[in-house]
Design a protein around this ligand. Structure first.
Ligand SMILES: *Cc1c(COP(=O)(O)O)cnc(C)c1O
Length: 400
C-alpha cells in the first residue's frame, strides 16, 4: 500500500518538476529485455551472406565472387528489367495493394483462382504471414533439423514452440534430408503448422511426390502444411511434385514460391503462396496493405513470361551442379547431393577457416554451422568459370 502511494507520489511529482524529471531521465536504466514479448528473446538475427561491398571494404580485395545467397548468376530476367521502366513514372503513387495484375497472371499460369493467391515482400514475408495467422504461445510448429532458418524465426516470434524433427543421418541414403516419419511423430493437438522445404536450403535434399503425398494423407486436416518451393523452377527430376496441383485434395496445404531465385529478382522482394481461398483470406487480413511495391509487381508479372530466363538458368545450374559433383568426386570431397542452385560441400572440421581463406581469395560462400552442419560450406552454383575459380581456390586451401 505504502509503496503504491509512494510510486503515485513520485510519478505526479515527476510530471510537474522539470528537475526531478531530468534526474529521472539521467538515472533510469530501463531493461528493454523485460519489455520484449516472450518469443523474441530466444531469437538470433538471420545471418545473410556477406555482402560484396563489406568484404571489399574489410579486406581490400576486388573482383569478388559471391556464391553465398543462391542468387542467379545470369542476373535478373531481361523482360522484368524492361517492365521496370513503367512504374518509375508513378513512384509517387502507392502500388496496387491487391496485386491484381500479378495475381491474375499467376492464376492463369497455375490454373488456380486469383483468390487463392497471397503476395509477399519475398516469400519470407508470406512465411511470416502464415505464422502470424496460425500460431500463438499455446501452439507449436514442426520443421526438420537443417531446415531453412526462417521457419524457426517466424515461429518463435509469435511465442509458439518450434519442434525440430531430427533429419536423416549422414549415412542414410537420404542423408540430411527431412524424415517425414519423425515429423509426423511430433504432431499433437497444438500443432498448427508443419514447414517443409522441397528442396531444402541449405542441404539441397528433396522429397518425392509419393512420399510427400502419403505424408499429407496422414497429417490431421487441422494442421497446416507449408511446402516451400523456392527452387521449384530449377528442378527437372521426374518424381519431384508440383504440389500446387494438390490443393483441391488437401485444403490444409499452402505452397510458397518466389521470384528471388530463378527469375533473379531477389532485391525487389516478391514471392507468393497458393492455398485454399479461405486461408488466403486470413493471410490477407494480417498482410500490410502495400507489402509488395510497384516495381516488384511489374517486374514479377513480366518475368512470368520469360521462358528463356527459366530455361537458361536451369541449364546453367544443371551443368554447374554436374561440374561440382565431378570436382568433389575427383578430390574426394563429400557433398550432399542437391537439386537446388547450391551445394553443401564437406570441407572438414575447420570449415570456418576454409571459409575465411576463401574470403581472402575474394570468394564469399556460406558457413552453415548454424544449421548444425559445422563441417560443410554451402556454395551457390555459378557460371562455369565462377565454379572453376571456386573449385581451384578450395583445392589450394584444402591441400595446404
Ligand atoms: C531463398 C529461399 C526463399 C526465398 O526467400 P525470398 O524471401 O522469397 O527471397 C524461401 N525459402 C527458401 C528455402 C529459400 O532458400
Amino acid at each position: 500500500m505504502f509503496a503504491d502511494k509512494a510510486i503515485d507520489f513520485y510519478y505526479s511529482y515527476l510530471r510537474y518538476s522539470p528537475l526531478i524529471k531530468w534526474i529521472h531521465n539521467m538515472t533510469a536504466s530501463i531493461d528493454f529485455q523485460t519489455l520484449a514479448v516472450n518469443g523474441v528473446l530466444g531469437l538470433h538475427p538471420y545471418q545473410p551472406g556477406k555482402p560484396i561491398e563489406e568484404l571489399e571494404r574489410e579486406l581490400g580485395v576486388s573482383d569478388t565472387l559471391k556464391l553465398a545467397s543462391n542468387e542467379n548468376p545470369l542476373g535478373a530476367s531481361s523482360q522484368a528489367l524492361i517492365a521496370l521502366q513503367d512504374p518509375l513514372q508513378t513512384l509517387h503513387l502507392y502500388p496496387d495493394g491487391s496485386g491484381f495484375a500479378l495475381k491474375n497472371k499467376l492464376a492463369t499460369t497455375l490454373t488456380l483462382e486469383p483468390e487463392q493467391i497471397t503476395l509477399g515482400n519475398g516469400s519470407n514475408d508470406v512465411l511470416d504471414l502464415i505464422a502470424r495467422c496460425f500460431l500463438d504461445n499455446t501452439s507449436n510448429a514442426i520443421f526438420s533439423q537443417h531446415a531453412f532458418a526462417v521457419y524457426h524465426i517466424v515461429t518463435q516470434a509469435t511465442g509458439a514452440e518450434s519442434r525440430v524433427a531430427t533429419a536423416y543421418s549422414a549415412d542414410h541414403p537420404s542423408a540430411y534430408g527431412h524424415d517425414l516419419e519423425a515429423m509426423l511423430n511430433l504432431i499433437d493437438a497444438q500443432t498448427r503448422i508443419i514447414f517443409i522445404a522441397n528442396p531444402n536450403n541449405p542441404t539441397g535434399t528433396w522429397l518425392k511426390a509419393a512420399e510427400l503425398e502419403s505424408f499429407l494423407q496422414r497429417v490431421p486436416p487441422e494442421t497446416i502444411v507449408v511446402i516451400d518451393e523456392a527452387y521449384f523452377e530449377y528442378v527437372s527430376e521426374e518424381k519431384y511434385p508440383d504440389t500446387t496441383k494438390w490443393l483441391e485434395r488437401f485444403h490444409n496445404l499452402i505452397v510458397t514460391r518466389t521470384f528471388s531465385k530463378i527469375y533473379g529478382l531477389a532485391a525487389l522482394r516478391v514471392g507468393y503462396c497458393v492455398s485454399h481461398a479461405e486461408i488466403a483470406d486470413l493471410l490477407n487480413r494480417v498482410r500490410q496493405p502495400f507489402n509488395v511495391n510497384s516495381l516488384a509487381l511489374a517486374a514479377a508479372t513480366a518475368a512470368l513470361d520469360d521462358r528463356e530466363q527459366v530455361v537458361m538458368s536451369s541449364e546453367i545450374n544443371r551443368d554447374g551442379l554436374a561440374q561440382w559433383e565431378k570436382a568433389c568426386a575427383d578430390h574426394d570431397w563429400n557433398y550432399i547431393p542437391s537439386i537446388g542452385n547450391f551445394i553443401c560441400v564437406n570441407v572438414g572440421p575447420d570449415a570456418m577457416d576454409v571459409y575465411d581463406a576463401l574470403l581472402h581469395k575474394g570468394i564469399i560462400v556460406r558457413p552453415v554451422a548454424n544449421y548444425e552442419l559445422p563441417h560443410h560450406l554451402r556454395i551457390t552454383i555459378g557460371k562455369k568459370e565462377q565454379n572453376q575459380r571456386c573449385i581451384e581456390a578450395l583445392e589450394q586451401i584444402l591441400n595446404d
